[in-house]
Design a protein around this ligand. Structure first.
Ligand SMILES: [Zn+2]
Length: 234
């Protein structure tokens, strides 16, 4: 039959594991978020390209409207040519028409440039989309394995908690409640080893009487400084 101290050491081991695994489970959402954030830059670049394409399409439409207006102007000038009486007036109109035609070919060159730019942007977008899809696949796999990890950890914690439950049933209630109070207070260890007369928790030199008492079987001795339960390891 083991002593309360020995039983509590086993309980502490389970408590430490439960705490460590629970912390890992708690950290998983933040880890998933970090992984997913890798997609943001790809999405941002892709959005930018799509915005740029939209802008260029609008430019092309504006140029087309200018061309249509210019063609309308030429029609009007041609109609005027039917009505003029003098050759001079006719030639002057002809000159104006030539000028507008010059504008039209400038507009058409500009439109061609814009269309070429749009084609280039579309090619770049396709490359970025492929990149994003590849990254998305990797991210999904990593997220999936983290979700699986969380599930495994949770069931491991369940097992440990059940194990702890049956372990503590066998510990003296006074020892147990003292142990739990210390553990809640310190957040790390409730039971610490005496190492060459020094408390393993706060590393203070212990009075000889305390180390002496700690050697006795199943006697509760506490550190004068940090209040942790002490045990002697021979
Ligand atoms: Zn101490």
């Amino acid at each position: 039959m083991s002593t309360n101290l020995e039983k509590l050491l086993t309980v502490q081991d389970r408590d430490r594991k439960i705490r460590r695994l629970t912390r890992e489970v708690t950290d998983i959402p933040a880890r998933k978020q970090r992984i997913e954030s890798r997609l943001e830059e790809h999405r941002r670049v892709l959005n930018q390209i799509h915005e740029e394409i939209k802008k260029k399409n609008l430019q092309a439409k504006e140029i087309e409207a200018e061309v249509a207006a210019a063609r309308e102007k030429i029609n009007k000038l041609r109609n005027q040519q039917f009505e003029v009486k003098s050759n001079d007036d006719y030639r002057s109109l002809e000159k104006q028409i030539a000028g507008v035609n010059g504008e039209i070919s400038e507009f058409e060159d500009r439109e061609l440039n814009v269309m070429e730019e749009i084609e280039e942007l579309k090619k770049t977008a396709v490359l970025h989309e492929a990149e994003l899809n590849k990254e998305q696949d990797m991210v999904s796999k990593e997220i999936e394995s983290l979700d699986q990890r969380a599930k495994n950890l949770e069931s491991e914690v369940e097992v440990l908690k059940k194990e702890r439950e049956s372990l503590v049933a066998d510990v003296n209630p006074d020892w147990l409640s003292r142990y739990e109070r210390i553990l809640n207070h310190t957040g790390d260890y409730a039971l610490v080893r005496i190492d060459t007369g020094v408390c393993g928790g706060c590393h203070m030199k212990l009075p000889p009487q305390v180390t002496h008492d700690a050697r006795k079987a199943d006697t509760m001795s506490l550190c004068n400084y940090c209040g942790r339960m002490l045990y002697y390891h021979g």
